[in-house]
Design a protein around this ligand. Structure first.
Ligand code: Q46
Ligand code: ZN
Ligand code: ZN
Length: 327
């Protein structure tokens, strides 16, 4: 199998693009594809500071590596969730992020927020005490992660939060939303979620209690971007391998048996017989919706108000869902 660009031995075949490449040309192709996505969707500009949410996995570390190599001012944010489950998941994943910096980008800045140390309870403990009866802590975890990421991005003056979501992730979510006709989600699913500025009333919320340090003084919702939306999961893994990035192979133990993984497997079955099916499904959806050929109702305008405690936007009056968790 030969590289289509230089004739050297190819290390990867991408059937959906009818393309096979050697290591050097594959890294170049990933860079170009990602840069094009950043420009097409106007994610951020070269002068912007970007906060990359890193988990120690292949997608987020590959994204951080690539953005730094492309010359972007990308800083990492790792949230230590306190998940052990007999495999030391959180400890290992933090180690991978620190190793990435030490081995590949010693000048890069990694911000670490330890949820247990900073807020008093780890995610599994918080989920157990707050949502009794639910087997997995994912709902609580998602809520906490969104809140802290937004706080760090707003307080640090970052132009955007970048996540390592790829075609596989987005197509699986799209399939799930389509099968359930979740029109509100279908209206919002996008490679870029625009910033929402703070409402004028958010300028001076009273900070109280133990969460004073979490106060979102800048208010509003940070811009969120997904520069890998045109990359398959296996391509992010191949990139990490070729670049020599160590990453945590284990998924979060609570991800096992998740609905998203189920849809990913279904789409992979489809991809076997129809190369490119995942990509077509997702990208054609974006094209059709953004051109107005299909429309989905958002379910009314979301009115965001500042949380009375932390100042972050919430659709409910009073305390936001994050602050209510700690009540
Ligand atoms: S939500 Fe659930 Fe993830 Fe949190 S508990 Fe693990 S699987 S990390 S993306
Ligand atoms: Zn080549
Ligand atoms: Zn709040």
């Amino acid at each position: 199998m030969k590289c289509h660009k230089c004739g050297a031995t190819a290390v990867i075949q991408m059937r959906q693009h009818r393309l096979q490449l050697c290591g050097v040309h594959f890294v170049e192709w990933v860079s170009t594809t990602t840069q094009r996505a950043i420009e097409t969707y106007q994610m951020f500009a070269p002068a912007d500071r970007v906060l990359v949410a890193v988990s120690g996995g292949k997608d987020s570390l590959s994204l951080w590596d690539l953005l730094l190599n492309l010359g972007y001012q990308a800083e990492g944010l790792y949230l230590s969730l306190g998940i052990d489950e007999g495999i030391g998941y959180s400890a290992k994943s933090l180690e991978m992020c620190q190793k990435f910096v030490a081995d590949h980008h010693p000048a890069a800045q990694l911000h670490v927020v330890d949820v247990g140390a900073e807020y008093g309870q780890t995610i599994p403990v918080l989920a157990r005490t707050r949502r009794r009866g639910q087997a997995k802590p994912c709902a609580v975890c998602g809520l906490v992660k969104r809140h802290i990421m937004n706080r760090v991005a707003r307080d640090g003056g970052f132009a955007a939060i970048a996540t390592g979501h790829n075609v596989d992730d987005e197509a699986a979510v799209l399939m799930q939303n389509t099968l359930h006709w979740q029109t509100g989600y279908l209206a919002r699913q996008a490679p870029v979620l625009d910033e929402r500025p703070p409402s004028p009333a958010a300028s001076g919320p009273a900070c109280e209690g133990d969460l004073r340090e979490a106060c979102g003084t800048r208010g509003g919702l940070a811009r969120k971007v997904k520069p890998f939306v045109r990359l398959y999961e296996r391509e992010a893994a191949a990139y990490a391998l070729i670049r020599g990035l160590d990453y945590i192979y284990d998924e979060c133990p609570f991800a096992k048996g998740s609905t998203t993984n189920f849809y990913k497997e279904l789409l992979n079955q489809l991809e076997l017989t129809s190369p490119g099916a995942k990509q077509q499904f997702y990208l054609q959806f974006l094209r059709a919706r953004d051109a107005g050929r299909v429309t989905f109702a958002e379910g009314g305008d979301l009115v965001l108000q500042p949380c009375a405690r932390c100042g972050q936007p919430t659709t409910a009056g009073g305390l936001c869902a994050f602050c209510r968790l700690w009540e």
